[in-house]
Design a binder for this molecule. Sequence first.
Ligand SMILES: Nc1ncnc2c1ncn2[C@@H]1O[C@H](COP(=O)(O)OP(=O)(O)OP(=O)(O)O)[C@@H](O)[C@H]1O
Ligand SMILES: [Mg+2]
Length: 275
Amino acid sequence: MLALEGLEKRYRTGDLALKGVSLEVPAGQVMALIGPSGAGKSTLIRCVNRLIEPTGGRVLLKGQDMTALSARGLRRARRRIGMIFQEYALIERLTVMENVLSGRLGYVGFWSSWFRRFPQADIDAAFGLLDRVGLTPFVDKRADALSGGQRQRVGICRALIQNPDLLLIDEPTASLDPKTSRQIMRLIVELCTERGLAAIINIHDVALAQQFAQRIVGLRLGEVVFDGPPSRLDAGVLTEIYGEEDWSQTVRHASEEGGEDDDEALDPARLAANA
Ligand SMILES: Nc1ncnc2c1ncn2[C@@H]1O[C@H](COP(=O)(O)OP(=O)(O)OP(=O)(O)O)[C@@H](O)[C@H]1O
Ligand SMILES: [Mg+2]
């Protein structure tokens, strides 16, 4: 699905933020990208869709070289990439439904979208997605009247309505409470599995990454220093990624696996009530 080949980014300041990163993410895989502040996580995911121009290496999405595309080709290719970033925050004065439909802007012609005329199929798809994430009661609410968890779910719907092949997600749980964070991570993983999407999730919470991602990649100073299943993440690996510290309380131990906590299943009614 996605292949990075020797991806390099040197900022104009001279900072070498990515030092030749090579990775492959197959369809359906949810990969968590962890690492200390400044490791290059945001740079990496932004290089994938060329919001930041890589200075070396290649990004292949389903075999297509993103780094070689013209502006027009890039616009088309970006439709296949759903982004859930803080900067793509919701449009506050628009409703939940309108925010979700804005994810179709890459498809709907400019004038149609200007008049907010969307095909019925898009509206149906938006209702379907909002129902899936438990936001049916909120379709007509303005974005500025939502909680953090609700907003994040609208962002997820807006990314998914593009029918992407790949999701790029930068710190989806940064401003959420622990329970909502788990719900959002679970939702992302379930949706990726249902739709066969690949995802790169840049996340600071190691335990959350371990609980929900199928694969963890640790970045340090622009280099991959760990790449493996969550079960291999131990104190030694964390020291390699983050440096010396007492990690005993941070990692999820094998004995905790399976013994689920009180996480309820994603019951839409319950989500709506809690959110
Ligand atoms: N626009 C920029 N110009 C120059 N250097 C930059 C720029 N953006 C990021 N950097 C540098 O690149 C490196 C990687 O930054 P990046 O934002 O990718 O890190 P990160 O892993 O996402 O960190 P955080 O966890 O704090 O979000 C840092 O050393 C940072 O200072
Ligand atoms: Mg970042």
